[in-house]
Structures are given as structure tokens and as C-alpha cells.
Design a protein around this ligand. Sequence first.
Ligand code: HMG
Ligand code: MG
Length: 302
Amino acid sequence: MAFPQQVRIVEVGPRDGLQNEPGPIIPTETKVTLINRLAEAGVRHIEAASFVSPKWVPQMGDATAVMAGIDRRAGVTYSALTPNVKGLEGAIAAKASEVAVFSAASEAFTQKNINCSIAESLERFVPLIEQARDAGIRVRGYVSTVLGCPYQGEIDPAQVAAVSRELIDMGCYEVSLGDTIGTGTPLKAKKMLEVVAKEVAMDRLAAHFHDTYGQALANLYAVLEEGIAVIDSSTAGLGGCPYAKGASGNVATEDVLYLLQGLGIETGIDLQAVVDTGHWITRELGRHNGSKVALALGECRR
Ligand code: HMG
Ligand code: MG
């Protein structure tokens, strides 16, 4: 199969990246600046915040203030993660352009992450999706642990397909397939996607790969060949998952952009501007920059 001509990047650094930062709470202003810089760089879809319990994820406790602080650019989707109706209400009040719900292909992971079974998590989404529809807000769905679970180990692709199908049937416009702990390898990713694509059309699927084992770019290449045209990534490879021990950040946006440029695939994003943003945010956080491309290109301070 031919590669797509264009790929939509969903930048998840401000949410998936920052939610897991250890240490002191990151100032709201820093989060706002990160989001604004990414939008200026040409990113058209930014997961900006998470309306979850601050007891569970303290770094996202200022979601309302973050959403209020950003400069809204025309044509940019500012989405928010919402685990339940309470989260949705917060996201609507904060004028999120879109929300995302999350479940998993693993029972054990779902228990640890959102304190309920897969079936219960899907039930919680019924009123959420209904209310979002009434408010004119699109809902994206995540399925975590699609290529392995920290508690359960191997995951049957048929289970990934079933949960993905359910999310689409419930009203999600797209399902993002999360290799939460980054244990996947290209052949496994390809085979999983083939099974899922029998239940959900390829143009409604996205890849959300963490880079724990350094396989994320190879896995992305494999699923691009299969027809995936939406990729979630995180500037400077920020992040991890608080409920998946040892999980490192998402694949770095800079590295994905470089790969896509080499394949002649359009994204509309200025690579150097994202590289500069990655260097700036890692300085602010006092952490290592997880993008090899960013380290190779260096910072261009204008
Ligand atoms: P629970 O304890 O089962 O729920 O948590 P509860 O309904 O009993 O509520 C407990 C407390 O949380 C109550 O407060 C609620 O008001 C409050 P209290 O009475 O104790 O003071 N609460 C909320 N507060 C703010 N916003 C809300 C909200 N809901 C309840 N929306 C719950 C259930 C889902 C809320 C909890 O488990 C939670 O927030 N978990 C966080 C999960 C999370 O954020 N995980 C990380 C994101 S998922 C991810 O990273 C994976 C992904 O990237 C894909 C991949 O990589 O695979 C998406
Ligand atoms: Mg994630």
C-alpha cells in the first residue's frame, strides 16, 4: 500500500507529556506558552489539557486556567482528555474544541488507570458522548495497551478491535491506538492494525506510540505502510503514563516530522520551530530532550 500524502499530527505533549512530570507543579504560564508555540509552529491539533481528578494527576489540576490562557488560533483544535461527565462539563466550560475518552484493551490496566472495568469505562462514556454531541463537540477515543500491558502482558488484537469498534459505534469520530508501554515491534504493530482495520475503517484510526523500547518510529513506518494517516506525538518526547511503570514518553514530534519529510509526506508543520520549542520546554523543566532530531539540529534562537 502507498504511503499517505498527508499526515495529521496530534500533539499530545501538553497533556500526555506534562501529566507525568515529576517534581513541582509546572506553572500554568509555561503550559500556555508551550501550547501557543506549538500552534505558531503550524500544529493544527493539540491535546492541551486533561479534566481528570487532580488527586490522581496533579499536573493537570490547572486545566481550566490553561484553556483560558491560550491564544486561540483559527483552524487549531484544542482538545482535552475527559474520563467522565464531570470532566466533560469542565472541558465544555473551558471551551475545549474537542474531547477525548480513554479505555484499554487490558482489564488490569483499566482498573489501575480509571478504577473500573473496560465495560464500565465504556458505559461511563455513553452519557458523556451524548452530552458532547448536544454541545456540538466531537469525541475522540483512545484504546491503551494495544501492543502489550504492564500487568497482563500479551494483548489479543481481537480485543483491541472489539474495544475500538465499540468506541466508534458509541459515537467517537476516531480511535487512537495506544502502545502505552512501547513494547511493540513493527510486525506486531502491523498485524494488530490489520485485525483492527477489519472492524474500523483505516481513516478513523490513529497511532499513539510511546518510545520506551526505541521502537516507535519503526512501528510508525509499519503502520504508515498500512494506511495510517494520523499520528500522536509529543514535542521533545515528553511524558509517560503515571499508571504504566517504566513507560517513557510518546514518540518525539520532531523525530516523526523528520521521518515524514524524508518520505515526502506533508504535515504543514515547521520542524525547526518545533525543535526550538522542544529545547525551550526541556530547559524550563530541567529535563533531557528525548528527540534525537532536536539534538542533531540544535536550537535556532531568532
Ligand atoms: P474514582 O476515584 O473512581 O472516581 O476516579 P470517583 O467518581 O469516586 O471520584 C473520586 C474523586 O475524584 C471525587 O472527589 C470526584 O469529585 C473527583 P472527592 O469527592 O474525593 O473530593 N473527580 C474528578 N475531579 C476532577 N475532574 C474529574 C473528576 N472525576 C471525579 N473529571 C477517575 C475515577 C476517572 C476520575 C480517576 O480514576 C481519574 O481521574 N483517573 C485519572 C486517569 C488518568 O488521567 N490517566 C492518565 C491519562 S490516560 C493515558 O495517559 C493513556 C493515553 O495517553 C493513551 C495511551 O498512551 O495508551 C490516553
Ligand atoms: Mg499516552
